[in-house]
Design a protein around this ligand. Structure first.
Ligand code: ADP
Length: 404
């Protein structure tokens, strides 16, 4: 390597309050050099580290991890044992997933003190996530001050949503004072999947309109016109929109006042109800779609109703986003449920031939891992299954920013 040149490696960090997920990628491929997870950071009892090298078996061990620094040091130790150093210049960048970038961050950004201060200023909008993201960035900076740290924001892809879709119809001054608007989340996934869908069609992203359904434990839909996001289902927080594993999604906000007045519930109690004890779990006791599908097969009425409510909401969003886009070229399913649950995909578009949507049931149920089409050739709208890869997208954005 000549002086001043950077290597091809990017470390991606997703720091939560009690866990850190990491991946080391070589962007020349790109290839995944290692994947790992440190859990139970700062909790009583030992932490857990799980590390899988690009080739070779997963290693798992318990260890003390009082804080994020200990977690990252342990991860660096595992990588070093595989001969993978984290020093500049081989390591070109560390890419950090940051949940909330507010309106300040529309693009991936190299972190300096001002950027860190701004991410901290956004903590009231993402009290559970941004502090952990900041802890991860600070730790990585301290451990390796020579490597550029790049923040990649979950909200950034949605900053192109026009005002008429991003604003709530509430008093303007109150909204402005408290920064209340629709920000959207899962942006890295929506960006990656919409671009990958265009590639699957052999077309330039600038030419195609795509509806992306990111259906994981958290779930969101987006409408992407010519590569730019114009609408998404999550709002001020990830609670709005689709029915999710444990979140209600859309609900009449008056339910909150009703519960406060009639049931005497506090704001925190209603928050916990809607975020943790609602959605599929609230409706039938299970939040895992595999389990729900199994119960539906057995004729379980509660699971059936939960499934039907989930699907009904999904279909409403498909219809709404068809109207938002005017012309839809593709509908893409992604994340754990979207990639794996053929019955969900089939039910989501059943009878929507009027919107140009149709699924070839043989293609829908065929085993496959990569991005693939599941609509018949003659269908007006292509329906696709596109595995998401948020870590690759973060690495790609970080690498493009620091250059070589
Ligand atoms: P997140 O990143 O939001 O935690 P994922 O995208 O990993 O979630 O999705 C996890 C969910 O995917 C699980 O809760 C489960 O409901 C669903 N899932 C995973 N595999 C399957 C499968 N084979 N069939 C149906 N659902 C699945």
């Amino acid at each position: 390597m000549t002086p001043g040149q950077r290597g091809n490696r990017v470390l991606v960090l997703n720091s939560g309050s009690s866990s850190v997920k990491y991946q080391l990628l070589d962007m020349a491929g790109p290839t995944r050099l290692a994947v790992g997870l440190v859990e139970r950071i700062g909790e009583r009892g030992p932490g857990l580290l799980r590390h899988t090298p690009g080739e070779g078996d997963t290693r798992e061990r318990e260890l003390p991890v009082p804080d994020h620094r200990a977690a990252l040091e342990a991860a660096a130790g595992e990588l070093a044992a595989d001969g993978l150093g984290l020093d500049a210049p081989e390591l070109a960048a560390v890419g950090h997933r940051v949940v909330h970038g507010g309106r300040s961050f529309t693009e991936p950004t190299v972190v300096d003190d001002a950027v860190l201060a701004e991410i901290e200023r956004l903590v009231p909008l993402a009290p559970l996530h941004n502090p952990a993201n900041v802890a991860g960035i600070r730790t990585a900076m301290a451990l390796n001050p020579d490597v550029p740290q790049v923040a990649v924001f979950d909200t950034a892809f949605h900053t192109t949503i026009p005002e008429h879709a991003a604003r709530y119809a509430i008093d303007v001054r109150t909204a402005e004072e408290h920064r209340i608007r629709r920000y959207g989340f899962h942006g890295t996934s929506h960006a990656y999947v919409s671009r990958r869908t265009a590639a699957l069609l052999g077309r330039d992203p600038a030419e195609v309109n795509v509806i992306v359904l990111h259906l994981g434990n958290g779930a969101s839909a987006s409408a992407v016109a010519g590569g730019r996001c114009v609408e998404t289902s999550m709002g001020l927080t990830p609670l709005e929109g689709l029915v999710m594993g444990t979140r209600s999604g859309d609900i009449d906000p008056a339910v909150v006042f009703h519960l406060a007045r009639v049931a005497g519930m506090s704001a925190d109690e209603v928050d916990a109800l809607l975020n943790q004890r609602s959605g599929l779990a609230g409706l039938c006791g299970d939040n895992d779609m595999r389990e729900i599908l199994r119960r539906v097969e057995e004729g379980d009425g509660e699971a059936r109703l939960a499934f039907d409510i989930y699907i009904h909401r999904l279909r409403k969003y498909i219809g709404a986003y068809t109207a938002v886009l005017g012309r839809v070229d593709a509908l893409a399913f992604t994340a754990g449920v979207g990639e794996n649950a053929a019955p969900v995909r089939a039910a989501a578009v059943a009878g929507l031939t009027g919107l140009g949507l149709e699924i070839d049931e043989r293609l829908n149920t065929a085993r496959g891992r990569g991005a693939r089409l599941i609509s018949p050739e003659y269908a007006r709208v292509a329906v696709a299954v596109v595995p998401t890869d948020e870590e690759l997208e973060i690495a790609t954005q970080a690498f493009a920013l620091v250059g070589v």
